[in-house]
Design a protein around this ligand. Sequence first.
Ligand code: C5P
Length: 205
Amino acid sequence: MVIAVDGPTASGKGTIARALARHYGLPHLDTGLLYRAVGHQCAKVGGNPDDPDDALAATTFADALLENPDLRSEETGGLASRVSVHPAVRQALFERQRAFATQAGGAVLDGRDIGTVIAPEAVAKLFVTASVKARAERRFLEMQARGAPVTLDEIEADLAARDERDRSRAAAPLVAAPDAAVLDNSDLCAEASIAAAIALVEARR
Ligand code: C5P
């Protein structure tokens, strides 16, 4: 069984994908980490993330980078969003994601284009979303816990800018697949959101 979990930044799709993977005993791939690794590598070597050639050169990042906690920062998320607009970058990361999605026994993948591009055949597709306000508040609490010096306003502005870039790009924009179940968890706690996700998957498999 392949489960595709897509949605905007800080929608809780990562938490849901991890919980689904545990529930069904499936391996999980957070595809945002791949784009974050490219963005991080590009900046590290002094490349311009908006330049398609610089961004493509960074897709040869070392796998060790995926374990780097730096990748979770807002700054790296912004770099990821910039390198991910280039079709050549998306193409370079395609096979790796496709191989994960087609492994025997199934998998859970989360990202922006899993249900539309990476695994359009997935039996269960979820599009997880929440209001900008709810997402900004969650991300703010997360960042505060990590001691990151950010304000709620900064996070809200950054989320809105990232959403806009992800939704308006030509290559694999952030959009719910026509056959995806939409889960708006603005008013749900993590546990309730996970329970709703499991119920939606159960209804589809
Ligand atoms: O999900 P996460 O915040 O880690 O993703 C970082 C950025 O990577 C997103 O803002 C998006 O631009 C890009 N991304 C993508 N396609 C995916 C996963 C992430 O374009 N499948």
